[in-house]
Design a protein around this ligand. Structure first.
Ligand code: UDP
Length: 454
């Protein structure tokens, strides 16, 4: 028999594909062979954006299955993906596994499914293949998902997941308080989308019982109360390309690595890195206010402006902005974020607080300016600002807009208070100790590998 062969299947979104591919690369280092299953739509994006084949190596086989949607349909529409995609994809996955197992290739011995793809565990169980779950967000969010039945029983949410009233609740005394209005399913789309998401959570909770392992991209020190409440969730993070001396891959957009040379020319600890992940969309007014806030800061900035970051307009910059800031800042379409955050010229991270971005900032000892938009980003901001105390949030004006002066003022506060950087460096040390030889995350990962090999 050759190398043990694992099939890895991420939820079809950027913040899931990157960490699952990172996990795959770590597994390859331990002698596993990986078949990595994207949707056809994302597979094309990932392979088009790869700078060279070496980014994933020979032991990861990138393959795809259809998601059942038409070419023109919106892949960010959770309702569509769930109703159409999750009906079509199980059969396609089964056919793929049958095809692999029927060829000369090594049979698939294990399926690692993204928690949000619970149906893949059902397929693996049906085919008699061992199963594990990977969770790419905070363990606290997963513990919240595990608690939804209790939230219904306690009358905190109704059967559709809608909060019965807006209040702060704690899942346990040692966990952060959560605002029920910001429960991840309660701040996504309209009521019918919220119901769809809530039902998927309930369904995934059931499917997850089919998995023997639940691993996540976090560490005991970052969310201690959660791991006490839900000890079945095992942290193996922070998962970083630098830990295996590699480069992160799986981007949906081609990276613009010229920003690294630009960073080389900036003074140490001076640059504000501004990035909002893969989903966030700005309206023109807010986009322009952010641009003017960065200009007003009078500090060097590197700003990721995805081609689709503004709604309905191609050129949303304030008039003359690009010329005025040409020696102050750099805008790129997509940055090699992990490399950017580890660059010595970075001083702070103005972030939407996606969990991957949060882990990447924490692992590099970078303080945050938090600008959460939706989903779990509010909860992650609570960790950053209130629990770890390594960042500050913004207060919108009465019109709901975060104004340029507010952006400048919070930057000044963060730069003026050296405690933020000191705490960020402590947190980095704590998190990185976990993944070093003998650390808790490292031990969990080793045990996980032994289980797959057994
Ligand atoms: N990212 C990147 N370059 C960019 C912006 C983002 O490589 O210019 C990566 C980032 O490092 C992270 C992922 O995209 O790994 C975004 O995931 P996150 O959970 O932070 O946010 P989401 O996109 O899911 O909202």
């Amino acid at each position: 028999m050759g190398n043990p062969h694992i099939l890895v299947i991420p939820y079809p979104a950027q913040g899931h594909v990157i960490p699952l591919l990172e996990l795959s690369q770590h597994l390859v280092k331990h002698g596993f062979k990986i078949t990595f299953v994207n949707t056809e739509f994302n597979h094309k994006r990932v392979t088009n954006a790869l700078t060279k084949k070496d980014d994933v190596g020979d032991h990861i086989h990138l393959v795809s299955i259809p998601d059942g949607l038409e070419a023109w349909e919106d892949r960010n529409d959770l309702g569509k993906l769930t109703e159409v995609g999750f009906r079509i994809m199980p059969k396609k996955l089964e056919e793929l596994i049958e095809e692999i197992n029927g060829s000369d290739d090594d049979n698939i011995t294990c399926v690692i499914a993204d928690e949000s793809m619970g149906w893949a565990l059902e397929v693996a169980e049906k085919m008699g293949i061992q199963r594990a779950v990977f969770w790419p967000a905070s363990a606290t969010l997963l513990a919240l998902f595990f608690s939804v039945q209790k939230l219904i029983d306690d009358g905190i949410v109704d059967n559709n997941g809608t909060p019965t009233k807006h209040q702060m609740i704690k899942l346990s005394e040692t966990m952060p308080a959560m605002n029920t209005a910001q429960f991840v399913w309660a701040c996504i789309g309209d009521l019918s989308t919220q119901k769809i998401v809530f039902d998927v959570i309930l369904r995934n909770n059931k499917a997850l019982l089919l998995a023997e392992w639940v691993i996540c991209n976090s560490s005991y020190d970052l969310e201690p109360g959660t791991f006490t409440l839900a000890p079945e969730i095992l942290p193996i993070g922070p998962l970083l390309a630098s830990s295996r001396l590699g480069k992160s891959a799986g981007y949906f957009w081609p990276e613009d690595s010229t920003c690294l040379q630009w960073l080389d020319q900036q003074p140490p600890c001076s640059v504000i890195y501004v990035a909002f992940g893969s989903f966030t969309v700005f309206d023109k007014t807010q986009f322009q206010e952010l641009a003017l806030g960065l200009e007003l800061s009078n500090r060097p900035f590197l700003w990721v402006v995805r081609p689709d970051i503004t709604s309905g307009t191609n050129d949303a910059y304030p008039e003359g902005f690009q010329e005025r800031v040409s020696s102050q800042g750099l805008m790129v379409g997509w940055a090699p974020q992990q490399m950017v955050l580890s660059h010595p010229s970075i001083a702070c991270f103005l972030s939407h607080c996606g969990w991957n971005s949060t882990m990447e900032g924490v692992s590099n000892g970078v303080p945050f300016l938090c600008w959460p938009y939706f989903a779990d980003q509010f909860l992650n901001k609570t960790y950053i600002c209130d629990i770890w105390k390594v960042g500050l949030g913004f207060d919108p004006a009465e019109n709901g807009i975060i104004m340029r002066e507010e952006i400048r003022n919070k930057m000044e506060l963060l730069f003026g208070e050296s405690e933020f950087k000191a705490r960020a460096l402590n947190l980095k040390e704590m998190a990185m100790n976990g993944v070093q030889e003998g650390g808790c995350s490292s031990k969990n990962f080793k045990n996980f590998i032994e289980w797959i090999k057994a």
